[in-house]
Design a protein around this ligand. Structure first.
Ligand code: HEM
Length: 190
């Protein structure tokens, strides 16, 4: 079923969830590797282009996902959940959407305010424009530095949130033995 049902997520929501999850984990790893490379390392340019292309794709998929979520009722959480657990689940999900928007946007700001003049070419296919006004002086250098700090900080927050989220999903599955994980897993019954 493409859409969500009252008991489980549909194909569209599940595909977007797992695609974005895998891409974000790969991006966190690539980002950390890239940041540790010397400026003259020949792999740096290729990795940064790959990182920028995949990151912009995540931004696009996140906008689709938010649109889908707003137009498709989400299956309600099990009635057995306590108030704090519901609050924790909703806050974590909101924080995920906020990070999925602000991490790519801060990355795009780094690329747009760079002095290198290297364009962002989406998987080698077409050039993605810089965000407007980000090459303007004075202030370009400060903006670039702040965006780099913000991108790193938000990436670290994403790692923490992922650990919390995976921990909560496993707790639901193995401890509470409810359907919370299963309803987001393909090829399972709830
Ligand atoms: C969900 C999407 C993204 C994630 C999870 C992510 C994650 C990261 C991480 C973890 C780093 C290393 C930070 C550090 O430790 O210093 C990084 C660096 C960077 N990211 Fe992203 N990023 C994303 C999207 C983007 C996008 C869309 C762009 C640009 C269009 C971008 C451009 C950059 C640049 C230019 C760097 C710095 C590379 C360097 O100079 O060393 N990122 N990213």
């Amino acid at each position: 079923m493409l859409g969500n049902s009252p008991t489980r997520y549909g194909t569209v929501a599940m595909t977007l969830h797992w695609l974005i999850a895998l891409a974000v984990i790969a991006m966190l790893v690539i980002g950390k590797i890239m940041a540790d490379l010397d400026n003259d390392d020949p792999n740096r340019f290729t990795l940064i282009q790959l990182h920028k292309s995949a990151g912009l794709t995540i931004l696009f998929l996140t906008l689709l996902r938010i649109g889908w979520r707003l137009t498709n009722a989400v299956p309600p959480l099990p009635a057995s959940l306590r108030t704090w657990e519901r609050w924790a689940a909703h806050s974590t999900h909101f924080a995920f959407y906020a990070l999925l928007l602000t991490i790519p946007l801060s990355g795009w700001t780094i690329a747009s305010s760079s002095s290198s003049g290297i364009p962002t070419v989406w998987f080698g296919l077409f050039e993605v424009p810089n965000l407007p006004g980000m090459q303007d002086e004075p202030g370009r250098k400060d903006l670039h530095k702040q965006a780099e700090e913000m991108h790193e900080l938000l990436g670290n927050l994403m790692i923490l949130l992922l650990l919390l989220h995976v921990g909560a999903a496993l707790k639901h599955h193995f401890w509470d033995r409810d359907n919370v994980l299963k309803r987001m897993l393909p090829f399972t019954r709830t």
